[in-house]
Design a protein around this ligand. Sequence first.
Ligand SMILES: Cc1cc2nc3c(=O)[nH]c(=O)nc-3n(C[C@H](O)[C@H](O)[C@H](O)COP(=O)(O)OP(=O)(O)OC[C@H]3O[C@@H](n4cnc5c(N)ncnc54)[C@H](O)[C@@H]3O)c2cc1C
Length: 493
Amino acid sequence: MATLLIRSPLISTLTVPTIKTTPSFFPITSTNSRKQTQPRIQISSKFNSFLDLKPESKPELLTMDLPFHDKSDRVKYDVIIIGAGPAGLRLAERVSTYGIRVCCIDPSPLSMWPNNYGVWVDEFQSLGLEDCLDKTWPMTTIFIDDQKTKYLDRSYGRVSRRDLKTKLIERSVLNGVKFFEAKAWKILHQEFESIVLCEDGTELKGSLIVDASGFRSSFVEFNEPRNHGYQIAHGILAEVDEHPFDLDKMVLMDWRDNHMGNEPVLRASNDKLPTFLYAMPFDSNLVFLEETSLVSRPVLSYMEVKQRMVARLRHLGIKVKRVIEDEKCLIPMGGPLPCIPQSVLCCGATAGLVHPSTGYMVAHTLARSTVLANAISECLGSTRMIRGSQMHQRVWNGLWPLERRSSREFYCFGMETLLKLDLKGTRRFFDAFFDLDPYYWQGFLSSRLNIRELGLLSMSLFGHASNSSRFDIVTKCPLPLVKMMGNLALNAI
Ligand SMILES: Cc1cc2nc3c(=O)[nH]c(=O)nc-3n(C[C@H](O)[C@H](O)[C@H](O)COP(=O)(O)OP(=O)(O)OC[C@H]3O[C@@H](n4cnc5c(N)ncnc54)[C@H](O)[C@@H]3O)c2cc1C
């Protein structure tokens, strides 16, 4: 069990004048404009917090030679992929193994991905990518509350962004993938081909366009309102004096709230919309810490997430000496799938592949890219010549077959349930969830269960749940349940 350094809460109140962190997800706001617009945070302390430290890392570029699309060449590609994130590059690598001509467009294809990715080690092993993890922990810890801690016998790993990106690019280059450094601006469709217009005026022609440009894509169409939940988190890779976490265990969720002792306002809001700490201890002085709201709608204030993190770290006795990196994590979760089919195929975050109840996506997307590449090769591979709307129908069905759409409805139901739980309910839920047979909880977290297995999971969860948790399920879930059943019926028609 982790030994905690519990410090007595500090009672004096101090105003922290400015927040100097540089979120990686949103455009950087100058310190001056922040001073005018942001409320001042009241935090009980006589010390300044880690929020005063500027992240030291600078954007990095991979150093390798890329084969670029030649603007004077009137070539028509089979597949044009917009975006060189994990989804876009994996698909480029997979689909090009079939001899399909691929071009991948990104404003900066060699830039290091900004997000810190965590995955289950078995997921990466089954993809043959375990050499792309730069650190693994044999076990994971869940702190349910101050009294109860669970240890999960499932290894967790941190993705080496450099190794994974390098590997995907190297394999793609070997398979003949071309890159184009630009921002895609518009897509025009004709019957059997599409044209991507880039911001620099270049036009690229392809038989199939795949949008892998992330959550903010403007190319993908929806025909229902996008009622997402949001995961919001503030993370730092930090050098610290000391921390209380066991080095062989990754902390998946720490739901303890004893750091709120002298923070009645934070406590009341945390009781209603709880956040937890996610921690990857690399060594006794280096740790990645992320205060996370699993899912909220409307999204919990980012400022409040940071305030809670300050109070938590102080209580745990974690004094941050240097912030090496920071990240603002904002992940839309759940909501409707894009219209199926449509002329643009999607992949990764744009395709609704983010797990609606957890926010995880990377391992799942890397795995599904193989299926998607098969579906594409059936249309565009050397022996087949399926184009236009027939191809769109096929590849979309390859990405989202009925069975997968039904399972996703269930995962969305999971999200809607979590949205209704307060701190106590959330703790009870995870207490019962991690008591399930590992086949079920592991399968749920890795998006591996089919709809029948998800039904069995629900029954088992109900069986494992405490009486209060059953009460929560019976009183709070009927509406999301009816919605899920309705959507399942619509899918089946
Ligand atoms: C901070 C953060 C942390 C996360 N942590 C995890 C985690 O630990 N585990 C996990 O499984 N998931 C995690 N996720 C969720 C998800 O896996 C990531 O968002 C993932 O990066 C999505 O991959 P993607 O390839 O779909 O999109 P992105 O990674 O967003 O990549 C999109 C690419 O498209 C490019 N692009 C955008 N617009 C255009 C355009 N118009 N033309 C050309 N190129 C364009 C961008 O430059 C970028 O390179 C996290 C998300 C965030 C935001």
